[in-house]
Design a binder for this molecule. Structure first.
Ligand SMILES: NC(=O)c1ccc[n+]([C@@H]2O[C@H](COP(=O)([O-])OP(=O)(O)OC[C@H]3O[C@@H](n4cnc5c(N)ncnc54)[C@H](O)[C@@H]3O)[C@@H](O)[C@H]2O)c1
Length: 477
Protein backbone atom coordinates (compact mmCIF):
# COMPACT_ATOMS: atom_id res chain seq x y z
CA UNK A 1 0.00 0.00 0.00
CA UNK A 2 1.47 3.26 -1.01
CA UNK A 3 -1.57 5.38 -1.60
CA UNK A 4 -1.32 9.10 -2.07
CA UNK A 5 -1.81 10.61 1.33
CA UNK A 6 -3.72 13.72 0.40
CA UNK A 7 -4.98 15.41 -2.71
CA UNK A 8 -2.55 17.99 -4.03
CA UNK A 9 -5.35 19.66 -5.88
CA UNK A 10 -8.58 20.73 -4.37
CA UNK A 11 -10.79 22.00 -7.13
CA UNK A 12 -12.96 24.95 -6.37
CA UNK A 13 -16.07 23.68 -4.70
CA UNK A 14 -14.54 20.23 -4.34
CA UNK A 15 -13.57 18.33 -1.27
CA UNK A 16 -10.18 18.04 0.30
CA UNK A 17 -10.15 14.31 -0.13
CA UNK A 18 -7.79 11.63 0.81
CA UNK A 19 -6.58 9.83 -2.26
CA UNK A 20 -6.23 6.12 -2.26
CA UNK A 21 -5.22 4.14 -5.28
CA UNK A 22 -5.60 0.82 -3.50
CA UNK A 23 -9.20 0.34 -2.67
CA UNK A 24 -10.85 -3.07 -2.48
CA UNK A 25 -7.61 -4.91 -2.11
CA UNK A 26 -6.51 -4.36 -5.67
CA UNK A 27 -2.91 -3.51 -6.11
CA UNK A 28 -1.45 -0.67 -8.07
CA UNK A 29 1.50 -1.86 -10.06
CA UNK A 30 4.07 0.54 -11.26
CA UNK A 31 5.54 -1.11 -14.29
CA UNK A 32 8.99 -0.02 -15.05
CA UNK A 33 10.61 -1.42 -18.12
CA UNK A 34 14.21 -1.37 -17.12
CA UNK A 35 16.99 -0.83 -19.55
CA UNK A 36 14.70 0.21 -22.34
CA UNK A 37 15.85 2.72 -24.92
CA UNK A 38 12.63 3.93 -26.46
CA UNK A 39 12.65 6.08 -29.55
CA UNK A 40 9.48 7.67 -28.30
CA UNK A 41 8.11 6.96 -24.89
CA UNK A 42 4.64 7.48 -23.56
CA UNK A 43 3.81 7.67 -19.96
CA UNK A 44 0.12 7.60 -19.94
CA UNK A 45 -2.62 7.95 -17.43
CA UNK A 46 -5.10 5.80 -19.23
CA UNK A 47 -8.65 6.95 -18.66
CA UNK A 48 -11.70 7.16 -20.79
CA UNK A 49 -13.01 10.61 -21.61
CA UNK A 50 -15.84 10.01 -19.21
CA UNK A 51 -13.44 9.06 -16.49
CA UNK A 52 -11.39 12.13 -17.18
CA UNK A 53 -14.39 14.32 -16.61
CA UNK A 54 -15.29 12.51 -13.43
CA UNK A 55 -12.04 11.61 -11.80
CA UNK A 56 -12.70 10.44 -8.33
CA UNK A 57 -11.52 11.49 -4.95
CA UNK A 58 -11.38 7.82 -4.26
CA UNK A 59 -9.34 6.58 -7.14
CA UNK A 60 -8.60 2.87 -7.12
CA UNK A 61 -5.73 1.29 -8.80
CA UNK A 62 -6.26 -1.95 -10.67
CA UNK A 63 -3.59 -4.41 -11.43
CA UNK A 64 -2.53 -4.35 -15.03
CA UNK A 65 -2.97 -7.60 -16.87
CA UNK A 66 0.28 -9.33 -17.61
CA UNK A 67 1.38 -8.61 -21.12
CA UNK A 68 3.77 -10.62 -23.14
CA UNK A 69 6.99 -8.94 -24.10
CA UNK A 70 7.74 -8.45 -27.75
CA UNK A 71 10.54 -10.28 -29.38
CA UNK A 72 13.13 -8.00 -30.87
CA UNK A 73 11.76 -8.97 -34.25
CA UNK A 74 8.29 -7.75 -33.35
CA UNK A 75 9.69 -4.57 -31.92
CA UNK A 76 11.72 -3.94 -35.04
CA UNK A 77 8.60 -4.49 -37.10
CA UNK A 78 6.83 -1.74 -35.23
CA UNK A 79 9.83 0.52 -35.54
CA UNK A 80 9.68 -0.04 -39.24
CA UNK A 81 6.10 1.22 -39.17
CA UNK A 82 7.40 4.63 -38.30
CA UNK A 83 10.32 4.38 -40.63
CA UNK A 84 13.00 3.65 -38.06
CA UNK A 85 13.96 0.07 -38.55
CA UNK A 86 17.08 -0.04 -36.42
CA UNK A 87 17.79 0.25 -32.71
CA UNK A 88 14.77 -1.64 -31.52
CA UNK A 89 14.13 -1.29 -27.83
CA UNK A 90 14.95 -4.42 -25.94
CA UNK A 91 11.42 -4.96 -24.77
CA UNK A 92 8.16 -3.50 -25.86
CA UNK A 93 4.70 -4.54 -24.81
CA UNK A 94 2.85 -6.12 -27.65
CA UNK A 95 -0.72 -6.64 -26.65
CA UNK A 96 -3.48 -4.50 -25.27
CA UNK A 97 -4.92 -1.15 -26.19
CA UNK A 98 -1.71 0.79 -25.89
CA UNK A 99 0.14 -1.27 -28.42
CA UNK A 100 -2.78 -1.16 -30.84
CA UNK A 101 -2.90 2.59 -30.50
CA UNK A 102 0.84 2.85 -30.92
CA UNK A 103 0.75 0.97 -34.17
CA UNK A 104 -2.21 3.02 -35.36
CA UNK A 105 -0.34 6.18 -34.65
CA UNK A 106 2.84 4.88 -36.15
CA UNK A 107 4.63 5.38 -32.89
CA UNK A 108 6.45 2.88 -30.77
CA UNK A 109 5.21 3.37 -27.29
CA UNK A 110 6.78 1.95 -24.21
CA UNK A 111 4.79 2.92 -21.18
CA UNK A 112 6.81 3.35 -18.05
CA UNK A 113 3.65 2.76 -16.14
CA UNK A 114 -0.05 2.94 -16.55
CA UNK A 115 -2.87 3.57 -14.20
CA UNK A 116 -6.39 2.31 -14.54
CA UNK A 117 -8.90 4.27 -12.63
CA UNK A 118 -11.84 2.31 -11.36
CA UNK A 119 -14.78 4.65 -11.38
CA UNK A 120 -17.18 2.40 -9.47
CA UNK A 121 -16.65 4.11 -6.16
CA UNK A 122 -16.14 7.59 -7.39
CA UNK A 123 -16.77 10.77 -5.54
CA UNK A 124 -17.87 13.06 -8.33
CA UNK A 125 -17.64 16.08 -6.00
CA UNK A 126 -13.95 16.42 -6.55
CA UNK A 127 -13.95 16.37 -10.29
CA UNK A 128 -17.41 17.61 -11.24
CA UNK A 129 -16.04 21.08 -11.81
CA UNK A 130 -12.94 19.98 -13.67
CA UNK A 131 -12.48 21.40 -17.11
CA UNK A 132 -11.57 19.54 -20.27
CA UNK A 133 -7.97 18.39 -20.18
CA UNK A 134 -5.57 20.99 -21.54
CA UNK A 135 -2.78 19.65 -23.72
CA UNK A 136 0.45 21.47 -23.09
CA UNK A 137 3.46 20.81 -25.29
CA UNK A 138 6.81 21.80 -23.81
CA UNK A 139 10.10 21.77 -25.70
CA UNK A 140 13.49 21.64 -24.04
CA UNK A 141 11.64 19.63 -21.46
CA UNK A 142 14.81 18.13 -20.01
CA UNK A 143 16.42 21.54 -19.55
CA UNK A 144 16.89 23.75 -16.52
CA UNK A 145 13.82 25.93 -16.93
CA UNK A 146 11.49 23.03 -17.59
CA UNK A 147 12.84 21.26 -14.55
CA UNK A 148 11.02 23.92 -12.51
CA UNK A 149 8.13 24.68 -14.82
CA UNK A 150 6.73 21.20 -15.44
CA UNK A 151 5.98 20.65 -11.78
CA UNK A 152 4.19 23.97 -11.54
CA UNK A 153 2.07 23.05 -14.55
CA UNK A 154 1.23 19.62 -13.16
CA UNK A 155 0.36 20.91 -9.70
CA UNK A 156 -2.43 23.16 -10.90
CA UNK A 157 -0.84 26.37 -9.70
CA UNK A 158 -0.64 27.79 -13.21
CA UNK A 159 -3.91 26.92 -14.91
CA UNK A 160 -5.97 26.31 -11.80
CA UNK A 161 -6.94 23.50 -9.49
CA UNK A 162 -9.80 22.54 -11.76
CA UNK A 163 -7.72 22.23 -14.90
CA UNK A 164 -6.41 18.76 -15.68
CA UNK A 165 -3.39 18.80 -17.95
CA UNK A 166 -1.62 16.49 -20.37
CA UNK A 167 2.08 17.21 -20.81
CA UNK A 168 3.56 16.54 -24.23
CA UNK A 169 7.29 16.85 -23.85
CA UNK A 170 9.70 17.35 -26.69
CA UNK A 171 13.37 16.70 -26.18
CA UNK A 172 16.36 16.67 -28.45
CA UNK A 173 18.16 13.52 -29.51
CA UNK A 174 20.81 14.24 -26.87
CA UNK A 175 18.34 14.76 -24.04
CA UNK A 176 16.25 11.65 -24.65
CA UNK A 177 17.41 9.76 -21.59
CA UNK A 178 17.13 12.84 -19.42
CA UNK A 179 13.58 13.30 -20.63
CA UNK A 180 12.67 9.89 -19.32
CA UNK A 181 14.17 10.92 -16.00
CA UNK A 182 11.93 13.97 -15.97
CA UNK A 183 8.93 11.75 -16.65
CA UNK A 184 9.92 9.52 -13.75
CA UNK A 185 9.99 12.52 -11.42
CA UNK A 186 6.58 13.57 -12.67
CA UNK A 187 5.30 10.06 -12.00
CA UNK A 188 6.70 10.10 -8.50
CA UNK A 189 5.06 13.42 -7.74
CA UNK A 190 1.55 11.93 -7.95
CA UNK A 191 -0.22 15.01 -9.21
CA UNK A 192 -3.94 14.27 -9.53
CA UNK A 193 -4.40 16.86 -12.27
CA UNK A 194 -1.67 15.37 -14.43
CA UNK A 195 -3.57 13.09 -16.75
CA UNK A 196 -1.00 12.13 -19.31
CA UNK A 197 2.66 12.55 -20.09
CA UNK A 198 3.89 11.97 -23.58
CA UNK A 199 7.56 12.04 -24.50
CA UNK A 200 9.20 12.26 -27.84
CA UNK A 201 11.77 13.77 -30.10
CA UNK A 202 9.51 14.19 -33.12
CA UNK A 203 7.70 17.54 -33.04
CA UNK A 204 4.99 16.27 -35.38
CA UNK A 205 4.02 13.62 -32.85
CA UNK A 206 4.55 15.59 -29.68
CA UNK A 207 2.64 18.69 -30.76
CA UNK A 208 -0.48 16.78 -31.78
CA UNK A 209 -3.64 18.66 -30.70
CA UNK A 210 -1.65 20.89 -28.36
CA UNK A 211 -3.61 23.78 -26.82
CA UNK A 212 -0.41 25.47 -25.65
CA UNK A 213 3.15 25.10 -26.90
CA UNK A 214 5.81 26.36 -24.53
CA UNK A 215 8.86 26.53 -26.76
CA UNK A 216 11.80 26.55 -24.40
CA UNK A 217 14.31 24.27 -26.09
CA UNK A 218 17.11 26.02 -27.93
CA UNK A 219 20.82 25.76 -28.36
CA UNK A 220 22.90 27.88 -26.01
CA UNK A 221 25.49 30.09 -27.63
CA UNK A 222 28.82 28.31 -27.63
CA UNK A 223 32.18 29.98 -26.98
CA UNK A 224 33.08 32.41 -29.73
CA UNK A 225 29.77 31.93 -31.55
CA UNK A 226 28.52 35.05 -33.34
CA UNK A 227 25.08 36.33 -32.49
CA UNK A 228 24.12 35.89 -36.14
CA UNK A 229 25.08 32.20 -35.97
CA UNK A 230 22.84 31.76 -32.94
CA UNK A 231 19.99 33.43 -34.82
CA UNK A 232 20.45 30.99 -37.65
CA UNK A 233 20.84 27.81 -35.58
CA UNK A 234 17.93 28.49 -33.28
CA UNK A 235 15.88 30.00 -36.09
CA UNK A 236 16.01 26.68 -37.87
CA UNK A 237 14.68 24.91 -34.79
CA UNK A 238 11.75 27.31 -34.61
CA UNK A 239 11.06 27.10 -38.31
CA UNK A 240 10.74 23.34 -38.05
CA UNK A 241 8.67 23.43 -34.89
CA UNK A 242 6.32 26.07 -36.29
CA UNK A 243 5.72 23.93 -39.35
CA UNK A 244 4.89 20.99 -37.12
CA UNK A 245 2.53 23.11 -35.00
CA UNK A 246 0.88 24.37 -38.16
CA UNK A 247 0.13 20.81 -39.20
CA UNK A 248 -0.86 19.07 -35.99
CA UNK A 249 -1.62 21.47 -33.12
CA UNK A 250 -5.09 22.62 -32.10
CA UNK A 251 -6.28 25.37 -34.45
CA UNK A 252 -6.35 27.79 -31.53
CA UNK A 253 -3.03 26.68 -30.11
CA UNK A 254 -1.16 29.41 -28.29
CA UNK A 255 2.59 29.57 -28.39
CA UNK A 256 5.06 31.06 -25.92
CA UNK A 257 8.63 31.25 -27.17
CA UNK A 258 11.26 31.25 -24.44
CA UNK A 259 14.30 29.92 -26.32
CA UNK A 260 16.52 32.78 -27.39
CA UNK A 261 16.58 34.97 -29.37
CA UNK A 262 12.92 34.65 -28.44
CA UNK A 263 11.38 37.62 -30.28
CA UNK A 264 12.87 36.68 -33.63
CA UNK A 265 12.27 32.99 -33.07
CA UNK A 266 8.60 33.84 -32.54
CA UNK A 267 8.57 35.91 -35.74
CA UNK A 268 9.98 32.92 -37.62
CA UNK A 269 7.25 30.85 -36.01
CA UNK A 270 4.49 33.21 -37.13
CA UNK A 271 5.65 33.10 -40.74
CA UNK A 272 6.02 29.33 -40.79
CA UNK A 273 2.64 28.57 -39.25
CA UNK A 274 0.26 30.41 -41.58
CA UNK A 275 -2.78 28.41 -40.43
CA UNK A 276 -2.40 29.43 -36.78
CA UNK A 277 -3.40 32.92 -35.64
CA UNK A 278 -0.35 35.22 -35.60
CA UNK A 279 -1.68 36.90 -32.48
CA UNK A 280 -1.43 33.57 -30.62
CA UNK A 281 2.38 33.81 -30.64
CA UNK A 282 4.14 35.28 -27.62
CA UNK A 283 7.79 35.70 -26.71
CA UNK A 284 8.64 35.83 -23.02
CA UNK A 285 9.49 39.21 -21.51
CA UNK A 286 7.72 38.62 -18.25
CA UNK A 287 10.97 37.82 -16.48
CA UNK A 288 12.20 41.29 -17.46
CA UNK A 289 8.98 42.81 -16.11
CA UNK A 290 9.39 40.98 -12.82
CA UNK A 291 13.00 42.16 -12.60
CA UNK A 292 11.91 45.74 -13.24
CA UNK A 293 9.23 45.54 -10.54
CA UNK A 294 11.77 44.20 -8.10
CA UNK A 295 14.21 47.06 -8.72
CA UNK A 296 11.53 49.74 -8.46
CA UNK A 297 10.22 48.24 -5.23
CA UNK A 298 13.69 48.15 -3.70
CA UNK A 299 14.44 51.74 -4.70
CA UNK A 300 11.11 53.04 -3.39
CA UNK A 301 11.31 50.97 -0.22
CA UNK A 302 7.93 49.40 -0.93
CA UNK A 303 6.90 45.80 -1.32
CA UNK A 304 6.65 44.68 -4.93
CA UNK A 305 2.89 44.24 -4.78
CA UNK A 306 2.50 48.02 -4.77
CA UNK A 307 4.36 48.27 -8.11
CA UNK A 308 1.95 48.05 -11.04
CA UNK A 309 1.58 48.90 -14.71
CA UNK A 310 5.20 48.00 -15.53
CA UNK A 311 5.72 47.40 -19.23
CA UNK A 312 8.76 46.02 -20.96
CA UNK A 313 9.02 47.28 -24.50
CA UNK A 314 10.92 45.75 -27.39
CA UNK A 315 13.41 42.97 -27.65
CA UNK A 316 14.41 40.49 -24.95
CA UNK A 317 17.96 41.77 -25.14
CA UNK A 318 19.88 44.62 -23.63
CA UNK A 319 17.99 47.03 -25.89
CA UNK A 320 14.79 46.21 -24.00
CA UNK A 321 13.05 49.18 -22.43
CA UNK A 322 11.65 48.81 -18.92
CA UNK A 323 9.05 51.59 -18.80
CA UNK A 324 9.24 53.65 -15.60
CA UNK A 325 7.26 56.51 -17.12
CA UNK A 326 3.93 54.66 -17.05
CA UNK A 327 4.72 52.40 -14.10
CA UNK A 328 3.09 53.13 -10.77
CA UNK A 329 3.97 52.63 -7.14
CA UNK A 330 0.96 52.68 -4.83
CA UNK A 331 -1.09 53.99 -7.75
CA UNK A 332 1.22 57.00 -8.29
CA UNK A 333 3.39 57.32 -11.40
CA UNK A 334 6.94 56.23 -10.68
CA UNK A 335 8.61 59.56 -11.63
CA UNK A 336 6.47 61.16 -8.92
CA UNK A 337 7.62 58.61 -6.36
CA UNK A 338 11.24 58.07 -7.37
CA UNK A 339 12.30 61.60 -8.27
CA UNK A 340 15.82 60.64 -9.23
CA UNK A 341 15.63 60.80 -13.06
CA UNK A 342 19.30 59.98 -13.36
CA UNK A 343 18.81 56.74 -11.44
CA UNK A 344 15.76 55.86 -13.52
CA UNK A 345 17.48 56.47 -16.84
CA UNK A 346 21.06 55.52 -16.17
CA UNK A 347 20.88 52.86 -13.46
CA UNK A 348 17.45 51.27 -13.40
CA UNK A 349 17.23 50.70 -17.13
CA UNK A 350 20.60 48.96 -17.66
CA UNK A 351 20.28 47.12 -14.36
CA UNK A 352 17.10 45.42 -15.52
CA UNK A 353 18.45 44.80 -19.01
CA UNK A 354 21.68 43.27 -17.70
CA UNK A 355 20.23 41.34 -14.79
CA UNK A 356 20.50 38.01 -16.63
CA UNK A 357 24.19 38.51 -17.31
CA UNK A 358 24.84 39.63 -13.71
CA UNK A 359 23.10 36.51 -12.46
CA UNK A 360 25.22 34.27 -14.64
CA UNK A 361 28.35 35.83 -13.16
CA UNK A 362 27.19 35.05 -9.63
CA UNK A 363 25.45 31.76 -10.15
CA UNK A 364 27.50 30.32 -12.97
CA UNK A 365 24.43 29.49 -15.02
CA UNK A 366 21.46 31.29 -16.43
CA UNK A 367 18.26 31.97 -14.57
CA UNK A 368 16.02 28.94 -14.51
CA UNK A 369 13.74 29.07 -11.47
CA UNK A 370 12.81 32.73 -11.90
CA UNK A 371 12.30 32.15 -15.61
CA UNK A 372 9.92 29.29 -14.86
CA UNK A 373 8.08 31.50 -12.38
CA UNK A 374 7.79 34.22 -15.00
CA UNK A 375 6.40 31.74 -17.54
CA UNK A 376 3.79 30.79 -14.95
CA UNK A 377 3.06 34.49 -14.35
CA UNK A 378 2.75 35.05 -18.09
CA UNK A 379 0.24 32.23 -18.47
CA UNK A 380 -1.77 33.25 -15.41
CA UNK A 381 -1.99 36.81 -16.71
CA UNK A 382 -3.81 35.54 -19.77
CA UNK A 383 -6.34 33.60 -17.70
CA UNK A 384 -6.99 36.28 -15.09
CA UNK A 385 -8.77 39.55 -15.88
CA UNK A 386 -6.18 42.34 -15.70
CA UNK A 387 -6.94 44.82 -12.93
CA UNK A 388 -8.00 48.27 -14.17
CA UNK A 389 -4.95 50.50 -14.58
CA UNK A 390 -2.55 47.57 -14.67
CA UNK A 391 -0.87 45.71 -17.53
CA UNK A 392 1.40 42.79 -18.24
CA UNK A 393 4.24 42.56 -20.73
CA UNK A 394 4.43 40.11 -23.56
CA UNK A 395 6.17 40.30 -26.90
CA UNK A 396 3.53 39.86 -29.58
CA UNK A 397 3.07 40.43 -33.28
CA UNK A 398 3.03 44.14 -34.11
CA UNK A 399 0.52 44.02 -37.00
CA UNK A 400 -1.97 46.84 -36.31
CA UNK A 401 -0.10 48.08 -33.21
CA UNK A 402 -1.19 51.47 -31.83
CA UNK A 403 2.35 52.86 -31.39
CA UNK A 404 3.47 53.19 -35.02
CA UNK A 405 6.00 50.37 -34.75
CA UNK A 406 7.14 48.29 -37.73
CA UNK A 407 4.19 45.95 -38.29
CA UNK A 408 6.16 42.78 -38.89
CA UNK A 409 8.03 42.26 -35.65
CA UNK A 410 7.48 40.51 -32.35
CA UNK A 411 7.82 43.38 -29.91
CA UNK A 412 7.12 43.49 -26.21
CA UNK A 413 4.25 45.85 -25.35
CA UNK A 414 1.86 46.52 -22.46
CA UNK A 415 -1.16 44.23 -22.70
CA UNK A 416 -4.28 43.38 -20.79
CA UNK A 417 -6.58 40.37 -20.79
CA UNK A 418 -10.18 39.71 -19.89
CA UNK A 419 -9.08 36.32 -18.60
CA UNK A 420 -10.07 34.15 -21.56
CA UNK A 421 -6.51 33.35 -22.66
CA UNK A 422 -6.38 36.22 -25.14
CA UNK A 423 -4.99 39.74 -24.82
CA UNK A 424 -5.20 43.20 -26.26
CA UNK A 425 -2.39 45.73 -26.57
CA UNK A 426 -3.06 48.73 -24.35
CA UNK A 427 -3.16 51.78 -26.60
CA UNK A 428 -2.86 54.74 -24.24
CA UNK A 429 0.59 54.45 -22.72
CA UNK A 430 2.38 57.80 -22.60
CA UNK A 431 5.48 57.88 -24.80
CA UNK A 432 7.86 60.79 -24.24
CA UNK A 433 10.91 61.63 -26.39
CA UNK A 434 13.28 59.58 -24.24
CA UNK A 435 11.05 56.53 -24.36
CA UNK A 436 10.43 56.98 -28.10
CA UNK A 437 14.20 56.98 -28.79
CA UNK A 438 14.65 53.83 -26.74
CA UNK A 439 11.77 52.06 -28.50
CA UNK A 440 13.29 52.92 -31.85
CA UNK A 441 16.64 51.46 -30.79
CA UNK A 442 15.04 48.15 -29.88
CA UNK A 443 12.89 48.25 -33.02
CA UNK A 444 15.99 48.77 -35.18
CA UNK A 445 17.67 45.81 -33.51
CA UNK A 446 14.69 43.57 -34.20
CA UNK A 447 14.62 44.71 -37.82
CA UNK A 448 18.27 43.69 -38.14
CA UNK A 449 17.54 40.33 -36.55
CA UNK A 450 14.71 39.84 -39.02
CA UNK A 451 17.10 40.62 -41.87
CA UNK A 452 19.46 37.93 -40.57
CA UNK A 453 16.80 35.24 -40.74
CA UNK A 454 15.27 36.12 -44.11
CA UNK A 455 16.15 32.64 -45.34
CA UNK A 456 13.86 31.17 -42.68
CA UNK A 457 10.87 33.37 -43.49
CA UNK A 458 8.83 32.31 -46.52
CA UNK A 459 8.57 35.11 -49.05
CA UNK A 460 11.21 37.30 -47.38
CA UNK A 461 14.19 38.57 -49.26
CA UNK A 462 17.50 36.79 -48.87
CA UNK A 463 19.09 37.05 -45.45
CA UNK A 464 21.53 39.92 -45.01
CA UNK A 465 22.98 39.94 -41.54
CA UNK A 466 24.31 43.28 -40.40
CA UNK A 467 24.45 42.59 -36.69
CA UNK A 468 27.83 43.64 -35.43
CA UNK A 469 27.20 44.83 -31.89
CA UNK A 470 26.57 42.25 -29.22
CA UNK A 471 23.53 42.91 -27.09
CA UNK A 472 23.91 39.90 -24.88
CA UNK A 473 20.58 38.35 -24.19
CA UNK A 474 19.58 38.21 -20.57
CA UNK A 475 19.73 34.59 -19.57
CA UNK A 476 22.07 33.64 -22.36
CA UNK A 477 25.43 32.17 -21.58
N1 LIG B 1 13.02 34.73 -22.65
C1 LIG B 1 13.55 34.65 -21.46
O1 LIG B 1 13.22 35.43 -20.57
C2 LIG B 1 14.59 33.61 -21.15
C3 LIG B 1 15.13 33.53 -19.85
C4 LIG B 1 16.07 32.54 -19.58
C5 LIG B 1 16.46 31.66 -20.58
N2 LIG B 1 15.93 31.79 -21.83
C6 LIG B 1 16.32 30.89 -22.90
O2 LIG B 1 15.61 29.65 -22.71
C7 LIG B 1 16.31 28.62 -23.38
C8 LIG B 1 16.40 27.38 -22.50
O3 LIG B 1 17.10 27.68 -21.31
P1 LIG B 1 17.50 26.50 -20.30
O4 LIG B 1 18.26 27.17 -19.20
O5 LIG B 1 16.33 25.66 -19.96
O6 LIG B 1 18.52 25.70 -21.22
P2 LIG B 1 19.06 24.21 -21.07
O7 LIG B 1 20.27 24.14 -21.91
O8 LIG B 1 19.12 23.80 -19.64
O9 LIG B 1 17.90 23.35 -21.74
C9 LIG B 1 17.61 23.42 -23.09
C10 LIG B 1 17.10 22.07 -23.49
O10 LIG B 1 16.62 22.17 -24.81
C11 LIG B 1 16.97 20.99 -25.49
N3 LIG B 1 16.92 21.25 -26.91
C12 LIG B 1 17.86 21.79 -27.71
N4 LIG B 1 17.42 21.81 -28.98
C13 LIG B 1 16.17 21.31 -28.97
C14 LIG B 1 15.20 21.07 -29.96
N5 LIG B 1 15.44 21.35 -31.24
N6 LIG B 1 14.02 20.54 -29.61
C15 LIG B 1 13.76 20.24 -28.34
N7 LIG B 1 14.65 20.42 -27.34
C16 LIG B 1 15.83 20.96 -27.66
C17 LIG B 1 18.35 20.66 -24.96
O11 LIG B 1 18.67 19.31 -25.16
C18 LIG B 1 18.18 21.00 -23.49
O12 LIG B 1 17.70 19.87 -22.77
C19 LIG B 1 17.66 29.21 -23.79
O13 LIG B 1 17.59 29.59 -25.14
C20 LIG B 1 17.76 30.47 -22.93
O14 LIG B 1 18.59 31.46 -23.52
C21 LIG B 1 15.00 32.73 -22.12
Amino acid sequence: MSGVPAARATPAGGVAASWDRHAKGSTQHVRSIAGQQPITAYLRYRTTMQQQMAFSSSVRGTALPAKPRASNGAARARLAVRGQSQQAPRSVQTSGAATAEAVTNGIVTSPLFRLSYDTDNEHPDLTRSWKKTMKIAVTGAAGQISNHLLFMLASGEVFGRDQPVALQLLGSERSREALEGVAMELEDSLYPLLREVKLGIDAHKVFEDADWALLIGAKPRGPGMERSALLDINGQIFQEQARALNEVASRDCKMLVVGNPCNTNALIGIHNAPDLPARNWHALTRLDENRAKCQLAIKAGKFYTSVTNVAIWGNHSTTQVPDFLNAKIGGVRVPNVIRDQQWLKEEFTPKVANRGGALIKKWGRSSAASTAVSIADHLRSLYTPTAPGDCFSTAVYTAGNPYGLDEDLVFSMPCRSNGDGNYEVINDFVIDDWLRDKLQESEAELQKERDCVGHLIPGASKAVCAITEDTMLPGEN
